[in-house]
Design a protein around this ligand. Sequence first.
Ligand code: GCU
Length: 843
Amino acid sequence: MRWNTLWPLALAGLAVAEDGSQAWLRYAPVHCNKHCQDALPSHITTLNATKGSPLETAGDELQKGFRDIVGKHVQVSHGCDAPPSSIVVATVSDFLECGSPLAKDSTPLDEDGFYLLTHGSSAMILGQNARGALYGAFEYLSLLAQGDFDALASTQTTENPHAPIRWINQWDNMDGSIERGYAGPSIFFAEGAIVEDLTRAREYARLLSSIRVNAIIVNNVNANATLLTPENMDGLQRIADVMRPYGVQVGISLNFASPQDLGGLNTYDPLDESVIQWWGDITDSLYERIPDFAGYLVKASSEGQPGPDTYNRTLAEGANLFARALKPHGGVLMFRAFVYDHHLTEDNWRNDRANAAVDFFKPLDGEFEDNTVIQIKYGPIDFQVREPVSPLFANLRHTNVAIELQVTQEYFGQQCHLFYMPPLWKTITDFDLRVDNRSSVVRDILSGEHFKRPLGGWAAVVNVGTNTTWLGSHLALSNLYAYGRLAWDPTLDSVAVLESWTRLTFGANRHLLDTITDLSMASWPAYENYTGNLGMQTLTDILYTHYGPNPATHDGNGWGMWTRANSETIGMDRTVWNGTGFSGQYPPQVAARYEDPATTPDNLLLWFHHVPYTRRLRETGETVIQHFYNAHYAGAETAHSFVGLWDSLKGLIDTRRFAEVRERFVYQAGHAIVWRDSVSGFYRNLSGIPDAHDRVWNHPWRLEAEDMQLDGYVAYTVSPPEAGSGATAIVTATNSTTGVARTTVPFPDGMYDLVVNYYDLYGGKSEWTVYLNDEAVGSWKGDMEDRLGHNPSIYLDGHSATRVRFAGVKVREGDELRVEGVADGIEPAPVDYVALLPAGVVD
Ligand code: GCU
C-alpha cells in the first residue's frame, strides 16, 4: 500500500525545518491512499507545449505536484490522443483544432481565463491562452495540495480575470538595495547590473504565476537611467527569459530625464523631436530583446523626480511620449498619479497634499493615449493605516485607471509586525463612490467596466528580497498571495483567501487554520489602535524610516502629512465650507457624508475634521483623546496576546518556521508597548488631558534606569522624548566601556515577568546581562538587525526601542537588581527601564 510509505513522510514534514522559500507552493504531502490515488489522473497530455512555453511549465508543475503531494508518478505526453484518465492541458484553440468540441453553453473566456473541468479521473484545463492554461494547472494543484478531492473528482469551473492589469512593482535599485524592502537585497540587481544567477527570479515568477499575476516592473519608480544601457537591456532580456515560462511579462520604471542623463541630449522635453526619437529607439531596442515586454511605469514630477513640468508640459504630454513609443509594440504605460508638491506650507489652512491627484489629473481626463493606465495609490496620501478612497477614481471617466497597493509593509510595521491587508484593501475596492448618484463601486471602476474603459486593474509594490522567506516574515506572504487572488477576483472573502493560503503554507489542521485567521484578522485593528486612530494616519516618523512612532514629525514640514494638532484641537479640516475643500472632490452623495462630522465615520473623523480633543465620538461616546488612550492600550494588549495564540500552534508547524514567526510576535508585543506609550504620552503632553483610567505616565511596576545607581552608565535624553520612559534612558559613558546599573527591588515577593526595555541600534551589537542578587536572570545581544533582518535606526528613538522578556522570575523584596551592559560599535548598551510585571499585567 503506497500510502504506508507516504503517511510517515507527511508527519516527518513537521519535523523537517522549512525555510519558507517554497511559500504556498510547497506541494507538501497530503494523505491519499491507493484508492484515492487511483481516482486521480494517470496521464498529463499537453497540446502545443513548446519549449519554454507556459504550457510546458503547466505539464512540469502538474507532474511535480502529483509526485510530491500524493506520491503518484504521472507521465506527460503530447498530442491530440489523450489516453483515458488524463489531464488535458491546452489552449482552447489548440483543443478545438484536435477536433474536440466544447460544450455549446460554455461561458466565453477573456484573456488569461481558463476552464477547469474534472470528471472522475479525467480533467481538462483549457486556457484562453497558454498563460490561462498554466493558471488552470495551478488551480488544480491548489485543490490537490489542499486535499480537496471532491472538487478534483467533479468540478466545472470557468475563471475569468476581473481586470487585465495584475502587476507587481519592485522598488529595486541598480546597486541591489531595495527602497522600502525588508527582506534583504534585490533578486534582480547588484552593483549596477543584472545579477548572473536568476534562480530566485525564476522562483518568484513561479509564485506570481500561481496567483495569476501577469507582469512585473522590476526596478524602482525612482528610476536610474543606467538601466537602459545595452548591457543592462541584455540583462533585462535574461530576466524576461526566466519569467516567460510562467507567463509573467517584464516591464521597467523609467527616469524621465534619461535622454539627457544617459543619452547625452541637452533636453528631455517630451515634445522635442530628438527626445521622441530617443525614447522610440530605446523602446525598439527593448522589444528586439523582449518581444513580449509589458511596458513602462513612470513616476514623473513627484518628490524631486524629473518630469514634463520642467518644460511647462502637462503630465498628459509627458505620458503620451512613452505611450506612443509603446503602442506599435502593444505595450502599456502605467503612469503614476502620485504627484504632489512636497514643499507645501502648513500656515495656509487651505493647503492640502490630499487634493493634489485630482487637481493635477482631472483636467487632463481624456487626454491620455488609450494604452495608458493611471496608477493611483488607494488613498490620497501614502499607504496609511486608514485612508478614505482616492477621489481620483471617481474623476477619470475617459482614462484607464489601476489601483496601487503596497504588500511591503512600509507604514505597517515593515514585516516586523503582523498586518493582514485584505480587510483594509476591501474598504477601498468595495467602496461605492456614487458617481452620478448611482452605484460606482471602486472594483468596477478598476476593471474598466464602470466607465467602459478598455484597460485597468491592479498594481502592488511587493519588494521581495533574497531572504529565503521572500518578504522577511513567513506570515507576511499571505498578503502577496491574497493580492493576486483579489486582483483576479476582488469579491473573494478575506478569510477564505487566507484559509487557502494557510492550508497551502502550513497545513490543514483546524486549530491552526482558526488561529492564523484570528491572528491575521485582529492584526490591522490592533496596528491601527496602537499607531494612529480616527483617520490620523500611521503616526510614524515620516522624516526617517517610517517605522516607529514619532507624531511630531507629521507637522511643521512641507510633506503635507499634517495632523494640525495643538493643545486643544487636532485633525485636518478638509471640508469645503471651512477647510481644504478635499471632501468636495468626491461625488455629491459621498462629499455630503464627509463634509459633516456628524455623518463622517469615526474612523475617518480626524482625516476630514479639525476638532477639540474633548469632542465625543458618535459610535462609542468616548472623547477623541480618551479614544486615543483606550485604543492604544487595547491595541498593545492584542499584540501581546498574539504570542500566546501562536504558542498554541507548537507542534503543528515545523520548528524553524514556528520559531521564526514566534520571534517576531515577541518583538511586536514589545514594540507595541513602545508605540502605545509614545503616542499616548505625546498627546497627554500636548493636550494636558489625563487618561480617565490613569494609565498614561503611570507605570507602577517600572524601575527607570536613570533612577538606578549608575557606574559607567550616564543618563541620556531620548529624542523624541516620548520614545523613552520618563524621556530618559542610560548609555555607557563611552562607546567602548561597560556600564552597571543597580537598584533594589521595591515590590513584594512573588513571581514576575522581568522585562528590560532597551534600544537596539544598528552599527553595534552590545551585550547585556540582568542579575538578581548575583544570579544571572538572562543575557541578550543588540543584534536585532540580524534577527529581524531590518535596520531601523542609529539613534535611541521609537524605531530602535525594544524589549526583552524573562518569564516567571522569582523575586524577593529587597533583592538587588543589576543590569550590566557592554557597548559595541556605535551602540552604547542603552537601557530605558526594567519592569517586574505580575501575571496578567501588560506594561
Ligand atoms: C513613499 C515612499 C517612497 C516612494 C514613494 C512613491 O513616499 O516612502 O519611498 O518613493 O512613496 O511611491 O513614489
